[in-house]
Design a binder for this molecule. Structure first.
Ligand SMILES: C[S@@+](CC[C@H](N)C(=O)[O-])C[C@H]1O[C@@H](n2cnc3c(N)ncnc32)[C@H](O)[C@@H]1O
Length: 343
């Protein structure tokens, strides 16, 4: 009971825009998925109090005098401390493969970087934080891309996903990054990892996605919650226009899909896959926001036909994400409070 109460605290607003993530250069709140900023409404205190009350209740007669009550509080505090340490350990373990990734490729993709005008200044641009290596690799490999495929990472940061995609035998891998320094860092990482890459060309371009023409040959678009709001909408509209100009197999792979409901509302995408965005998969992971969703762009008629077809054969994860679900996503930065995807 007590543990359940404490976990309520941990399911609160996620760090930064996202995942069980990292950080170093950035704010303390970016350490990972559960390194949360102080909850706005004091829910942590409430949960701790709930845990203490539960232990006190369980101790019943012992807690009848003052000494028993103090003991119960000590037990509750110890239990809470132990749970926090276990969660902290799990989060550290969750990021181990990403440190190995940097080591193996001889690159630097670590960190959580807030620079320039971001969502916290009322803009659409999200901060830098690298996606997790293993879940992202699995999501891309599942598409079985080949030498005719063109992969685009919109908001490519330090180029981690360019390297992950670059390991596959693709025709072209290109990233677009609004922050020049991050884009330079991505190109340094690409040069460093060159001997290990299989794609014919891998590069990062410094530009805003709004100024960058999406090539009509693109077959896979990756988004790790890089931007929201109007920037996201106009980008997706351009993706759909590109598809309409040249109908083809076109996938959008979207991690921490902040704009999922809006994307579904276009009536132009079908959800083909949902997987955890974390390497250490939590029970009922699909109920959280740290998911990687694979959408396929399609004609309106195909989308409505797929919505009519039976849902029963689908996995619970796909059932949860195959339509709008009003999931509440969160972002936080030190001293900036928390932004919610909907009120
Ligand atoms: C969460 S990071 C993802 C980095 C990388 N794709 C990965 O998954 O490892 C999002 C990136 O999008 C970039 N970004 C935000 N708004 C952008 C825009 N309008 N055009 C291009 N890049 C943008 C940010 O600077 C940041 O580096």
């Amino acid at each position: 009971m007590a543990i359940t109460a404490l976990r309520v605290t941990r399911d609160g607003p996620a760090c930064s825009a996202r995942s069980g993530s990292n950080s170093s250069t950035g704010p303390a709140t970016c350490t990972d998925g559960s390194s949360r900023p102080a909850p706005r409404n004091g829910s942590e205190c409430t949960a701790t109090r709930t845990a203490q009350a539960t232990v006190t209740d369980q101790l019943g007669p012992v807690a009848a005098d003052g000494r028993g009550e103090r003991q119960a509080h000590v037990h509750a505090a110890k239990l809470s401390d132990m749970v926090n340490r276990l969660i902290g350990l799990a989060l550290l373990l969750n990021r181990v493969p990403d440190h190995i990734f940097d080591y193996l490729f001889g690159v630097s993709t670590w960190g959580c970087i807030f620079r320039g005008a971001s969502v916290f200044a009322g803009r659409d641009n999200c901060a830098y934080e690298g996606s997790q290596w293993l879940p992202t690799r699995s999501a891309l490999k599942e598409l079985a891309p080949g030498p005719s495929d063109v992969f685009v990472d919109l908001g490519s940061g330090k180029g981690k996903v360019l390297l992950i995609a670059g390991r596959l035998p693709l025709q072209r891998v290109v990233g677009v990054e609004i922050d020049e320094e991050l884009s330079e860092c991505a190109n340094r990482n690409i040069r460093q990892a060159k001997p290990r890459l299989r794609a014919q060309s891998v590069e990062s371009v410094a530009a805003s996605v709004l100024d960058w023409p999406i090539p009509d040959e693109t077959s896979i678009i990756y988004l790790s919650n890089p931007f929201i709001g109007q920037t996201f909408r106009s980008t997706v509209n351009r993706i759909i226009e590109s598809y309409d100009r040249l109908p083809r197999t076109l996938h959008i792979v979207y991690y921490y899909p902040w704009e999922h409901d809006w994307l579904m509302s276009t009536g132009r995408v079908i959800v083909e896959g949902v997987r955890s965005g974390n390497w250490l998969v939590r029970p009922r992971w699909w109920q959280g926001g740290h998911v990687i969703i694979t959408y396929r762009v399609a004609e309106v008629s195909e989308v409505s036909q797929s919505r009519r077809s039976s849902n029963r054969a689908r996995s619970r994860a796909i059932r949860r994400w195959s339509g709008p679900n009003r999931h509440c996503f969160t972002m936080s930065a030190p001293g900036e409070g928390i932004i919610y995807s909907r009120s």
